[in-house]
Design a protein around this ligand. Structure first.
Ligand code: SAM
Length: 255
C-alpha cells in the first residue's frame, strides 16, 4: 500500500496543529481502508498519497482549525465545550467527518449518508480503525432533521460537496442546537452568495458568523468555509420534503 506524507510542516504552517504518531497511523489506515473499499465501490477518485493528503485529510480538517489549535482561544461565537456533538451530513466515504473524529477524539461524530452501501462500508471501517467516537447512520437529512432524537441535537454540522450552500443550510441548521454552528466547505465564493446565504440562514433561525477564505497548501486551490450560527429555533416546516431543498433552494424565485 502507498504511504501518506506526514506533511508536518504544512499542518503546522496552516492549521497550527500536527497529528500525533497515533493519529498519523490512523490516517494511514483510513487511507488504506478507502483504497481497499474503492475496489468494491466508487468511493473517491482521489487516490494518490499527496492528493489524498491534501484534498481529503487536510481539506477535511481545514474547517476545524479553531478547535485544533491549542495556542489560541476560540473566536467569539464558536461552541467551546471540549466534547462537542458533530454531524457530517452527506459524508460519502467519510469526509470531513472521519478525519475530524481522528483529530478530535473527545468529540462525538455522527456520519450521515443516504446511501446504504456507503454507510455499511463506513460502519465496518470505523470498527476496523477502532475510532470509538464515530458512528455512521443511513438516512436523508430531510427525514433525520424531523426526528426529535436528532433535531437541534448537534453543536456542529459539517457539509462538503453535498449541494448548493443554501441547500446545505436547510439540511444543517434544523439539526444544530441553539449556540451551535454549521460549517459549509466551499470552493470559490462570491458576494452574491453571501447575500443569499445570509437571507436563507435568517429564515432557518441562524446568521452568518464568518466567511473564511484560504488556499490548499500544495496546489493552492481556493477554499472558503462558511460558518452559520444557530440563533433561534428553526421553524418546524424546515427542512422541507425530500428533494425540495435542492430543487427549490430558499430565496430562489419560484415561477
Ligand atoms: N462529503 C463527502 C466528500 O466531500 O467527499 C461526499 C460528497 S458526495 C459528492 C455527496 C454525498 O451526499 C453522497 O454520498 C450522497 O449520498 C449524500 N447525500 C446527498 N444528499 C443527501 C441528503 N439529503 N441526505 C443525506 N445524504 C445525502
Amino acid at each position: 500500500m502507498p504511504t501518506l506524507p506526514d506533511a508536518i510542516a504544512h499542518w503546522q504552517d496552516t492549521l497550527h496543529w500536527q497529528p500525533s504518531d497515533e493519529q498519523q497511523h490512523h490516517f494511514q489506515r483510513l487511507y488504506e481502508g478507502i483504497l481497499q473499499g474503492n475496489t468494491q465501490m466508487n468511493l473517491t477518485r482521489i487516490t494518490e498519497p499527496r492528493d489524498f493528503w491534501e484534498k481529503h485529510l487536510w481539506d477535511s480538517l481545514s474547517g476545524l482549525g479553531v478547535w485544533l489549535r491549542a495556542d489560541a482561544p476560540l473566536p467569539e461565537g464558536w461552541p467551546t465545550q471540549p466534547d462537542l456533538r458533530a454531524i457530517d451530513i452527506g459524508t460519502g466515504a467519510g469526509f470531513p467527518g472521519l478525519p475530524a473524529a481522528i483529530a478530535l477524539p473527545q468529540w462525538h461524530i455522527t456520519l450521515l449518508d443516504s446511501t446504504q452501501k456507503k454507510v455499511r462500508f463506513l460502519s465496518e471501517l470505523i470498527q476496523t480503525l477502532g475510532v470509538s467516537n464515530a458512528r455512521a447512520i443511513c438516512d436523508r437529512a430531510e427525514f433525520l432533521a424531523h426526528q426529535p432524537s436528532h433535531r437541534e441535537q448537534y453543536d456542529v454540522a459539517l457539509l462538503r460537496a453535498v449541494g448548493s450552500a443554501v441547500t446545505c443550510a436547510e439540511y444543517a441548521l434544523p439539526l444544530v442546537a441553539i449556540g451551535g454552528v454549521a460549517i459549509l466547505y466551499r470552493g470559490q465564493w462570491s458576494e452574491a452568495e453571501t447575500v443569499q446565504i445570509t437571507e436563507a440562514a435568517h429564515q432557518l433561525g441562524g446568521s452568518l458568523l464568518a466567511v473564511q477564505p484560504f488556499k490548499t497548501p500544495l496546489t493552492k486551490g481556493a477554499r472558503h468555509c462558511i460558518v452559520l450560527k444557530k440563533q433561534r429555533r428553526t421553524p418546524d416546516k424546515y427542512p422541507r420534503a425530500v428533494g425540495v431543498p435542492a430543487k427549490q433552494p430558499l430565496g430562489a424565485v419560484v415561477s
